[in-house]
Every structure is written in C-alpha cells, then in structure tokens.
Design a protein around this ligand. Structure first.
Ligand SMILES: [Zn+2]
Length: 284
C-alpha cells in the first residue's frame, strides 16, 4: 500500500476526520490524528514511536525497518504494516459501524493479528518466502502456481436478481472449472460483481487453490478490493472478501484482484447471463 497512490486516487478528498474534524488525509488517519499517535505509542517497540506532524507514510515505512520489537510480544516481523492495517480497520469500524475502539485495543489487535498470521505462515512450509510479506503486499503476488479466475455478474434491476459466473483458468489458459449461480435481493450491479468475486473465492477454496488472481471487468471494484476502499454499500461484502483472503485461517497463500476489460471477459459474462435467464425463468 502506498500512501501517495491512495491520495492521488482521491480517496480522502474533502472529508473530515470522524474523530477530530481535521482534514482526513491518509497520513492524518494513520499517523497524525491523536488517536493514531496513541496507537503507535502503545506499540511493541523498544523505543516509543512518535508519529508527529512531520512524518509521512513514506518516511515512516522506511524508519520502521529499524524499529526493534520487544521480545515478550512474540512477533518477529516488521509490525508497521499491521499497525497501519489495525488503525485503518478501527477507522472503518468507527465510520461505518459506529463502533469505538481504544488506542490500546487497536494496538493489541495489530500485535495479535500479526502473531496469528506469523504462526499460520510457519505452519505452512511452502510459504516461508512469503513470511515477511503482509497481506496487502501479497495482493501484488502472482507466481507459477497462480490460478486465474474470470468473474462476472448479470443483473436485472426490475427483479433485483443477479446471475454470477466464474471460470478458473491455469496459466496455460486451460479451463479448470467453471460455474454459475443465481442470487436474489441484489440491490445493484456493483454489488452483483462483488458477490461474483466472493463466490469465486469460496469455489477456489473448495478446489484447494492456494494462489489466485481474480479478474473482474468492474474497474471500480478491483480498485475497491485492492485499495481497501470501503463504500458503505459494499462494506459487509468486502469485509467477507477480506476475511476469506486475509484471515489467519485463510486457505489462500496469495490473492490478487485485477481489472480485465469487458471484451476479454466474454465467457464469464455469458455464464452469468445464461444463469440469470434460467434462474428467473425468462426466455433467452
Ligand atoms: Zn483525527
């Protein structure tokens, strides 16, 4: 995750910090807000970390490599990304679910999540090379065993129903599995696309795929998942996707979400459309 990049994409335009009312920049949320400063101060490091006004994402991510963890915390890797993630999650809980967490709770959450994740990694011998990578960095991982999955959704506004389609392809473009299902009470096309991705992840785990690259022709959605952006509408479903991919018990070793142009997503689109038609008992 790159702070500049997030900012350039306008994620924090014109909004005020829900805690203190200052302009809500990424650096503010993560470092400069009094809440964030207190979280970092409660961190596991030998020296107290100060994230005062002059520090930025870029300078801190570099400095963090030199921070030494205190042994009793039981974590070995760089805790910086886990603190970023925990503060970000606390911000989202506050903004979207009105749930308050204290700086200490947020700090403890970062450490326990990291500890769980590190333990899960060490139980899986083939992941040793990924050990120092945080979940968000893993998003950019594509390797030889990566299975690609094109997903798409067809949606009918009058019926509030969607057909969801997915096709798993190996790196030699051989089709491994494909499928489709229908779902009712889907309020938008965007939601339908997100449901297709979630379904594809569930299917992928049932086939024991560990490295997966999902492709969607919704550029906005690909960005939402990759950039951990959260619209209120999709918050629940994106949280589901997060926990499928990033929880310590996640079946996935790496997971990427990529945008693919509609023209190259034809087969998945046909599956989704065909299912929706039969699902609703319509004539094609
Ligand atoms: Zn603030």
């Amino acid at each position: 995750m790159d702070g500049e990049n997030l900012r350039k994409r306008g994620l924090f335009a014109d909004t005020a910090c829900s805690r203190c009312g200052e302009p809500e920049t990424l650096d503010h949320i993560l470092f400069h807000c009094e809440f964030a400063e207190d979280v970092w101060k409660a961190g596991p490091w030998k020296d107290v970390v100060s994230t005062g006004n002059s520090s930025t994402f870029k300078t801190l991510i570099q400095e963090a490599r030199k921070w030494t963890n205190l042994p009793p915390n039981g974590i070995t890797g760089n805790a910086f990304p886990w603190f970023v993630w925990s503060i970000w999650t606390a911000r989202n809980l506050w903004v979207f679910e009105n749930r308050k967490t204290t700086p200490l709770e947020t700090s403890v959450k970062a450490i326990t999540s990291q500890k769980k994740w590190e333990q899960a990694q060490s139980n899986r011998p083939e992941t040793t090379t990924n050990r120092d990578l945080t979940p968000s960095l893993q998003l950019s991982l594509i390797n030889e065993s990566t299975i690609f999955c094109n997903t798409d959704a067809a949606w009918r506004s009058d019926q509030q129903a969607a057909g969801l389609g997915w096709i798993f392809i190996d790196r030699h473009t051989q089709v491994l599995h494909q499928g489709s299902i229908g779902q009712r009470n889907v309020p938008s096309a965007y939601m339908a696309e997100a449901l297709a991705i979630r379904e594809a992840l569930i299917q992928a785990s049932s086939y024991n795929y560990t490295d997966i690259c999902l492709r969607t022709d919704s550029e906005e959605l690909a960005r939402a998942i990759t950039m951990i952006r959260r619209s209120t509408e999709l918050f629940g479903i994106l949280s589901d996707i997060d926990s499928l991919v990033f929880s310590p018990s996640s079946p996935f070793r790496s997971c990427a979400v990529a945008f693919t142009p509609r023209a190259r997503n034809g087969p998945a689109n046909s599956l989704a459309k065909a299912y929706l038609v039969s699902f609703l008992g319509l004539r094609p």
